[in-house]
Design a binder for this molecule. Structure first.
Ligand code: BTN
Length: 243
């Protein structure tokens, strides 16, 4: 039996600007504890990676944040949180669809289209390490402005009860957070790498506005992506490449 770490307290708000800063503020001020989940039906200022916006139709999708106390984690192991979260979301989605892959650094692709965005925002100081793990999963939305986006409903032809999916996702996260205690960082790092979207396939990478074909070799523990370009392995940082 695994001990629940996530979701002992679940807060629901109909509407919020963004679940991430809202929860971080509650966490910082001691009003919620580590593991608390905040989910919302509407985000009026949803946040994406690299200061982008995250758009979601009201009431259509799963949008939640999880408070995480990282004081017990060694700084160099915090990257494991990315691995555990991505692998868990992948495992959860595999209950419904095939061909689920992790697009480095933090997206989940289904049938080569983006279904999930993850935004982990850390607040690290010498005395406190807090994190909020923001997860957006497109569930029932039928239309997208972005060409490479999809939803669980579009891929399965079914409609889903978001509340039930939230409980399922929390259960998978708790299982993996517990397993992490025994299996350790290397296990989740390997799972993350084995499941990378476009791993070992020739694919175009846009770097500094130039398109170049290459193959993903692995991600590394500094959070970079190793890509083979013209036979040379190059380390690429988040934000440096589009692919
Ligand atoms: C991305 O792919 O750019 C990351 C998107 C993250 C979206 C989720 S939805 C819940 C949480 N609150 C936010 O404002 N963003 C994250």
């Amino acid at each position: 039996m695994s001990v629940p770490i996530v979701g002992q307290k679940i807060i629901h708000l109909e509407s919020v600007e963004s679940t991430n800063p809202y929860l971080l503020n509650e966490f910082k001020n001691g009003r919620v504890s580590s593991g608390t989940v905040l989910h919302a039906d509407i985000q009026t200022k949803g946040r994406g990676q690299r200061m982008k916006e995250w758009h979601s139709e009201p009431f259509a999708n799963l949008m939640l944040s999880i408070a995480a106390d990282l004081n017990l984690w060694k700084i160099q192991n915090i990257i494991s949180l990315n691995h555990i979260v991505a692998v868990s979301i992948q495992e959860f989605l595999k209950g419904y669809v095939n061909d689920v892959k992790v697009k480095w650094p933090n997206d989940i692709m289904v049938n080569d289209k983006k279904m999930v965005g993850i935004l982990i925002e850390n607040q690290l100081s010498s005395s406190q390490r807090r994190s909020v793990i923001g997860i957006g999963v497109n569930i029932n939305q039928q239309e997208f402005n972005a060409p490479r986006a999809t939803s669980l409903s579009l891929e399965t032809g079914k409609f889903f009860k978001i509340q039930e999916l939230i409980f399922e996702l929390i259960a998978v996260l708790n299982k993996n957070l517990n397993d992490f205690q025994q299996k350790g960082e290397a296990y989740y790092f390997q799972l993350f790498n084995e499941n990378l979207w476009k791993l070992n396939e020739t694919h175009p990478f846009i770097i500094d506005d130039k398109t170049i074909e290459g193959q993903i070799v692995s991600s590394d523990l500094e959070g970079q992506l190793q890509v083979s370009l013209n036979g040379e392995i190059v380390d690429i940082s988040n934000g440096q490449v589009k692919y």
